[in-house]
Design a protein around this ligand. Structure first.
Ligand code: NAP
Ligand code: ZN
Ligand code: ZN
Length: 350
């Protein structure tokens, strides 16, 4: 079996440390991928700290994977050795339920196999993610990284990209819509770039006033700093659509008040524990509150192809795997501009 150096959390809140895993020998429909880069998503932190419950340890996080096909199983038709490919947040699903048949594999009813902290479809084998040298994945769950995209800057598209793109498509955001992104982190900065690509009028709502210039540079038309609570009243009934990417608990009602009549707020941020919600904030303007999880395989490929056409990638800060624990701390302080990406050669060099 292909051995793979990796970094793992041995238990909740333990710092990540070097760890060895075995990847499965490629089966007939598998490809073995040499990982070049892996993005660092806030979900990696939530899960390595077991903030969502039920975590499986030891855990090798990472679900924004790009690399090169190193070997293919005998029946693989879609990929050749040397292809530049990506792997996102899930690596398999039942392929039979309504969600899978609709191309919404992330909502697989019996349960998708997520890239790490999850089980393969056999229900037994633990999955391990991209903070590692290589990964074996079924060919149907592999994405093509179009030529011309910078590989490191494309890695975050596999989670931060699709997670912000999918709800804009699903909820029908159109050119000229008045939209807001709450939280300018990894997801938020991709949300701004996609809203700009969609032609929406975009405002960033942030608890970090020093991110104003970046927000405007990334394509936002306006910036609201939430330090002064008056801003919630001043911006009441302003937006058609709000994308909430905040990773920490917060009162949804404050942000809901900024929606116009029949406006929609979509939660993609997944804080641990429940956040308070006042029914009145929804009812008074017939507002809608929804949630969304990543996107399906076909939709992720559509997003990657659009990013290639439009030159959209993440703003990244490259780190070596040895800096991963420090990077976790910086993400927790909202001090990332705007996605850490791990150069996996630093793992190979030891
Ligand atoms: P991130 O880079 O840490 O960005 C989150 C942003 O939230 C921060 O940059 C900060 O923006 C804001 N924020 C943080 N603490 C806050 C607080 N106490 N009050 C108000 N705002 C705060 O994280 P990410 O990787 O973008 O992920 C964001 C969330 O989405 C995480 O919960 C993650 O697990 C979740 N997620 C969900 C999906 C999905 O499919 N639904 C996929 C990926 C990630 P400002 O400094 O601008 O305020
Ligand atoms: Zn993620
Ligand atoms: Zn399914």
């Amino acid at each position: 079996m292909p051995a793979s150096r990796a970094y793992a959390a041995r238990e909740a809140r333990a710092p990540l440390a070097p760890f060895q895993i075995e990847r499965r020998e490629p089966g007939p429909h598998d490809v073995l991928i040499d990982i070049a880069y892996c993005g660092l998503c806030h979900s990696d932190i939530h899960q390595a700290r077991d903030e969502w419950g039920g975590a499986i340890f030891p855990m090798v996080p990472g679900h924004e994977i790009v690399g090169t096909v190193a070997a293919t199983g005998g029946d693989v038709t879609r990929w050749n050795i040397g292809d530049t490919v990506g792997v996102g947040v899930f690596v398999d699903s039942c392929r039979e339920c309504d969600a899978c048949m609709a191309g919404d594999e992330q909502y697989c009813e019996p349960g998708a196999s997520f890239t790490y902290n999850s089980r393969e479809q056999d229900g037994v084998t633990a999955t391990h993610g991209g903070y590692s040298e290589r990964i074996t994945v079924d060919e149907a769950y592999v994405l093509r990284i179009p030529h011309g995209l910078d590989l490191a800057a494309a890695a975050p598209l596999l989670c931060a990209g699709i997670t912000t793109y999918s709800p804009l498509r699903h909820f029908g955001v159109r050119a000229g819509d008045r939209c807001a992104v709450v939280g300018l982190g990894g997801l938020g900065h991709m949300g701004v770039k996609f809203l700009r690509a969609f032609g929406a009028e975009t405002t960033v709502v942030s608890h970090s006033p020093d991110k104003r210039d970046d927000a405007l540079r990334l394509g936002a038309d306006d910036f609201i700093a939430t330090g002064d609570r008056d801003v919630f009243r001043d911006n009441e009934n302003r937006f058609d659509f709000i994308l909430d990417t905040v990773a920490a608990k917060h009162a949804y009602g404050d942000y809901l008040k900024m929606l116009r009549r029949d406006g929609t707020m979509v939660l993609v941020g997944l804080p641990d524990g429940a956040s308070p919600l006042d029914a009145g904030r929804l009812a008074e303007m017939r507002r809608r509150l929804a949630g969304s999880v990543i996107g399906g395989i076909a939709e992720t490929q559509e997003m990657l192809d659009l990013c290639s056409e439009r030159g959209v990638t993440a703003d990244v800060e490259m780190i070596g795997i040895q800096q991963v624990n420090e990077a976790f701390e910086r993400v927790l302080r909202s001090d990332v501009r705007y996605r850490f990406v791990i150069d996996m050669d630093t793992l190979r060099r030891g």
